[in-house]
Design a protein around this ligand. Structure first.
Ligand code: MG
Ligand code: MG
Length: 279
């Protein structure tokens, strides 16, 4: 079997990816419900873990070598891969949560961002909410593009275009060193899914393709470094970051967002795309 062929799943394999997607979504919902000032990121991690194990699944993040947690919790200038711990959330924090579940050998992977209210700093909160809104919008623009694309490269172009069209003056930075990916038996599979335009059109989009699309966007420059903990990816210039992600299947009748309980209907509606359930 060629490498090119191996990225496409059978209809039965796509059906097997529905449940891990829904478990991932439920874990993230449990985290979202807990987020408040004073709550620690370790408490958020425990909530996600309880949902995933309670539904007979495993945290796929814990299968990443050297990583012991169920979620990544990235606060303020941390963009991705923040480690949960005793850090307590503060008013005005921008927080990105990333998690995934493996169920019966198949994986889900999803992330969202929230901004905690802070009446004392309305300007900072508004700036961060705009960043999160534009990043989420770019995710849906990328998913909508996938519904119509001939090649995967069109996804990254749509993400970049959405960010450029909606960023404030001066623009946002799109991380270059971290990208989306195929997902299936493993959380991270081929191909890479760029969040920006590249010259290579990439593999063909056709039924069986499952992608984790995940724009990572920052208020300032895209340059990042890995903190001394060996994991946390933070901006060099200290500006805030946002990360949104969904796992999305292309099948015979259309696309379905595996990590959204509505299949992505709400997020895709502004783009004129209707998701179709996997038969
Ligand atoms: Mg993820
Ligand atoms: Mg991912």
């Amino acid at each position: 079997m060629s490498l090119r062929r191996s990225i496409y799943k059978s209809p039965a394999q796509l059906r097997a990816m529905v449940e891990p997607g829904l478990i991932t979504a439920a874990a993230l919902d449990a985290v979202r419900d807990l987020i408040a000032p004073g709550v620690t990121t370790a408490e958020l991690d425990a909530a996600a873990s309880a949902v995933i194990t309670g539904r007979g699944a495993k945290s796929n993040f814990q299968m990443v070598r050297g990583y012991r947690h169920t979620i990544c919790a990235s606060v303020n200038e941390q963009v991705v891969h923040g480690i949960p711990g005793d850090r307590a959330l503060q008013p005005g924090d921008i927080l990105s949560i990333d998690a995934g579940a493996e169920y019966k050998g198949w994986n889900g992977d999803s992330a969202f961002t929230v901004v905690l209210p802070d009446p004392a700093r309305p300007g900072i909160v508004a700036e961060r909410e705009q960043l999160s809104r534009v990043t989420e919008g770019s995710l849906w623009a990328g998913i909508a593009a996938l519904a119509r694309a001939r090649h995967i490269g069109e996804v990254g172009a749509a993400i970049e275009d959405h960010i450029e069209a909606h960023a404030p003056d001066g623009g946002y930075g799109i991380l270059r060193e971290y990208v989306g990916h195929g997902i299936g038996r493993k959380m991270h599979e081929s191909p890479s899914v760029f969040n920006y335009r590249v010259s290579d059109p990439g593999p063909e989009v056709r039924p069986g393709l499952v992608l984790a699309i995940e724009p990572m966007v920052v208020i300032g420059d895209q340059a990042t470094f890995v903190e001394d903990d060996g994991w946390t990816v933070s901006t060099l210039d200290g500006t805030a970051g946002s990360h949104w992600e969904h796992s999305v299947a292309v099948h015979d009748d259309g696309i379905w967002v595996l990590t959204a309980p509505d299949g992505g209907a709400a997020g895709l509606a502004p783009f004129g795309v209707t998701p179709r359930e996997i038969a």
